[in-house]
Design a binder for this molecule. Sequence first.
Ligand code: AMP
Length: 228
Amino acid sequence: MRKYVVMGVPGSGKSTQGAMLAREYDLVQISVGDVFRWHVKNHTKIGAQVRRIMAAGELVGDDLVERIVRDRLDQHDWNYGFIIDGFPRNRRQAEFFLESYDIDGVIYLDLPDSEVRRRVLARRLCSVCGMDYNLIEDRPKRAGRCDVCGGELVTREDDTPDALAARLRDYHEKTNPVLELFRRKEFVFGVDAQHDPETVQRDIRERLGLDGHHPVRPLEEDDSARPD
Ligand code: AMP
């Protein structure tokens, strides 16, 4: 059983790295941001509650976030373990999490803010299958269209300069102290997130001491991050 958390600034590749690890090691991937995006897209009651907060780049209330995480983990379908990203984002969430679950490792994706801005403002998502692109490094073959399913590429509502500034501010003020809390427990594995996704994934596995028998493969259509 493996239980991991992925932390890092917006755009550091948390979902991508979580998905790559989950696929090879049969872990359940839980991306709290993806769960909220799913609710917004499907016009649920929760979606209506969080839409504006997300678009402004602010944090959703702890009660709702904790409920989402608890409900998901209570399903107990994670026979081989889970990997969670985008959570915990502040001290209260971290304390809630540590009280209820023991974790084997926190993967910290280290990326400077200047690189975050460059990456996030160039990020595009397929509105149909969720595959993500970057107009600088990972351009679609046909402008504005997904290579995999042909769906329209859109900008995440919170990938604007203002919302990104709010997300970075929250990250440094509220999420960084969580990292310190985990560091005291000595299970934070820092990885340089400036490399390409496959190199970052290799580094993560090495740091976590995972065996080298699983191939590191790029994500494809079937693996694109989706809510669990
Ligand atoms: P992400 O995809 O992780 O950047 O999350 C997108 C947005 O979802 C965030 O900007 C928040 O509005 C909300 N969100 C995701 N995870 C959390 C969390 N743990 N606590 C509060 N809000 C969250």
